[in-house]
Design a protein around this ligand. Structure first.
Ligand SMILES: Nc1ncnc2c1ncn2[C@@H]1O[C@H](COP(=O)(O)OP(=O)(O)O)[C@@H](O)[C@H]1O
Ligand SMILES: [Mg+2]
Length: 325
């Protein structure tokens, strides 16, 4: 097949002086795109990279791919992860991962949580702070956790994200506001263990536990390759807990209409209750398993990087009725 890899590279990010630290952290590194291209070529495909921007569209149409391997995070707007899927829908070119609706739902954590509540998928109680900083009346119990409703990579999550009283809450909301232009999500802090669960096609991967010395995973820990955060896979859970968490992950993927691959962040409170934090519709595929939980989990399941790429392509090809040659 002819496969176009679409991505937004960190090195091409439209950096500006007003950007808060970490503004472009969820974009791809060149090594990731190279690893995906290499895998596609090993699988016998004619693969080419295109920056996921409007400037590439003419050339993309000339290349006339059978399928796009979509890793585009986009640059601007709440729709940024949905922008390439929308363009590809107009062009009638098939692509991997979620469509416009799935990308939009997963991108907005508050919207995703409303759907989880409606579908009885456990998620922490929450409220949203709109553009003024007024805190709505609520009955949530402290400690609470404050984060942007529409960002990723722990952008807008620092060491003070967990707050114990209203003073701290107001201070933290003001800090997030100074960092990112986003609705703010305030939810009950889930004290306990943290897990992340990858799904490849229709297969749930072994569960990864994320162990962080501070109890939660802040932006500075995600950036610092030498931080004390480490991963364990398969996580030490009972078979019943493993099955329960994996089926919650599958259900969350279906509810948000995600396709081909995704990664769910979850926590478990001290009495063993699970909670979905958020879902990543385009999980990081950095080729070093130690830097990317999806790759780490796939590795534990015995899958190589090329196997991951193949499973994503196979899943998408099936959905779009493509014959792989
Ligand atoms: N309700 C919560 N309770 C405890 N920790 C949380 C909660 N929400 C987020 N966190 C911590 O913050 C990290 C980042 O939050 P997450 O919702 O996964 O956003 P991101 O898109 O930035 O990864 C999580 O990995 C977790 O450690
Ligand atoms: Mg996360």
């Amino acid at each position: 097949m002819k496969v176009a890899v679409l991505a937004n590279l960190k090195e091409d990010a439209p950096v500006s002086l007003e950007d808060p630290p970490g503004r472009w952290d969820d974009l791809d590194d060149l090594v990731t795109v190279e690893a995906i291209l290499d895998s596609l070529q090993r699988l016998g495909h004619n693969a080419r990279y295109f920056p996921a921007t409007l400037d590439s569209i003419d050339e993309l149409v000339r290349f006339s791919p059978d399928l796009c391997f979509n890793s585009s995070e986009g640059h601007y707007g709440d729709s940024r992860e949905a922008q390439m899927p929308a363009i590809l829908d107009i062009l009638r070119i098939p692509y991997t991962c979620a469509g416009v609706l799935g990308m939009s739902l997963a991108h907005n954590k508050a919207m995703a949580k409303r759907l989880f509540k409606a579908a009885n998928i456990p998620t922490a109680n929450f409220f949203v702070v709109e553009n003024d900083t007024r805190i709505p009346n609520h009955n949530l119990r402290y400690p609470l956790f404050v984060k942007p409703a529409v960002e990723g990579s722990s952008i807008g999550i620092n060491e003070s994200a967990r707050v114990n009283n209203e003073d701290e809450l107001v201070r933290q909301i003001n800090w997030v506001r100074s960092q990112v232009d986003s609705l703010i999500l305030v939810e009950e802090y889930i004290k306990g263990r943290e897990f992340t669960i990858g799904i490849l096609g229709d297969e749930v991967l072994p569960i990864v536990e994320i162990v962080s010395p501070t109890g939660f995973y802040s932006a500075s820990q995600k950036e610092d390759l030498n931080s004390e955060v480490y991963r364990v896979c398969p996580a030490e859970l009972t078979p019943q807990q493993t099955t329960e968490f994996q089926s919650i992950a599958m259900h969350a993927m279906q509810v948000l209409e995600l396709k081909d691959v995704c990664r769910m962040d979850m926590r478990m409170d001290e009495t063993g209750n699970p909670y979905v934090l958020e879902v990543n519709p385009i999980p990081l595929m950095y080729p070093d398993p130690l830097q990317a939980s999806l790759v780490y989990a796939a590795d534990a399941a015995g899958y190589s990087y090329t196997d991951i790429v193949k499973k994503i392509i196979d899943s998408a090809a099936k959905r779009w009725n493509l014959i792989i040659d």
